[in-house]
Ligand binder design. Structure first.
Ligand code: KIV
Length: 280
């Protein structure tokens, strides 16, 4: 059975830590799902780590729907959460609802995520009222990097820390089922976990959060343009891939690949007839 937001809330109640991971395509989603990760995020980080943009801002609804649908085809047990991209939930409530619905209907997601706290609380409430589970995202919200002046830590002053607590409370009151908090001091996210009853999933927010999320490409060393301090390298897949590719190139050049095993052979009679035909 697919993991549900009810089970997620239970995990927080029991004090059980929640792992969440991003995925952007079918094969990766299958692996993450089979490994038992309960929450898969189709993050708009795909704009950077898969599509090579320098921020998440160029990511469109069509791109999100395309990748979400691929992940949904691969994830049979995890709850699939799709990011609402830049300006897809700010222009009008009609457009917001239409976009959230596309991620569910065309993308096959079970929930959506959007950035912001107090300022998006009404929007969150409207989406939740339509039966769509919403995850919030506060702290370093990458869609606002130009407002922040770059990928900078948030909540380091009294005023900004207090504002982030208010944001988390506003999201809970608006009906969000969980909140991601990115790149804030560990003490602040720990306090946030005590102030709200919904799970607080951290990234670069310390060990006191109810759960953790990582960008899968950072975990595997597949994206090196920008390595956030909070990213932990669990495997160096880029090195393994480079070695395998060099092996392939050498085998093609030397003629060692393909062998008979990787080739098709023709029926001898047909071959003989073909040869005599081509002699005529
Ligand atoms: O887009 C994303 O991958 C995210 C995570 C960093 C939480 O929002």
């Amino acid at each position: 059975m697919r993991f549900s937001i009810t089970q997620l809330k239970e995990m927080k109640r029991r004090g059980e830590k929640i792992p969440m991971l991003t995925a952007y395509d079918y094969p990766t989603a299958r692996i993450v799902d089979a490994a038992g990760v309960p929450l898969i995020l189709v993050g708009d980080s795909l704009g950077m780590v898969v599509l090579g943009y320098d921020s998440t801002i160029p990511v469109t609804m069509d791109v999100m729907v395309h990748h979400t649908a691929a992940v949904s085809r691969g994830a049979k047990n995890a709850l699939v959460i799709a990011d609402m991209p830049f300006m897809s939930y700010q222009i009008s409530i009609e457009q917001t609802m239409h976009n959230a619905a596309r991620l569910m209907q065309e993308g096959g997601a079970q929930a959506v995520k959007l950035e912001g706290g107090v300022t998006v609380a009404d929007t969150v409430r409207r989406i939740v009222d339509c039966g769509i589970p919403v995850m919030g995202h506060i702290g370093l919200t990458p869609q606002s990097i130009h407002q922040f002046g770059g990928f900078k830590a948030q909540g380091k002053t009294l005023a900004t820390a207090a504002k982030l607590i208010d944001d988390a409370i506003a999201l809970e009151q608006a009906g969000a089922f969980a909140v991601v908090v990115e790149t804030v001091p560990a003490e602040l996210s720990e306090m946030m976990c005590r102030k709200v009853s919904i799970p607080v999933i951290g990234i670069g927010a310390g060990a006191g959060c109810d759960g953790q999320v990582q960008v899968i490409s950072d975990m595997f060393g597949l994206y090196t343009d920008f390595i956030p301090r909070h990213a932990k390298r669990y495997a160096q897949l880029a090195d393994i891939m480079t070695e395998a590719i060099s092996h392939y190139v050498n085998e093609v050049k030397s003629g060692a690949f393909p062998t008979a095993k990787e080739s098709l052979s023709m029926d001898k009679d047909i071959l003989t007839k073909l040869e005599s035909l081509s002699c005529e």
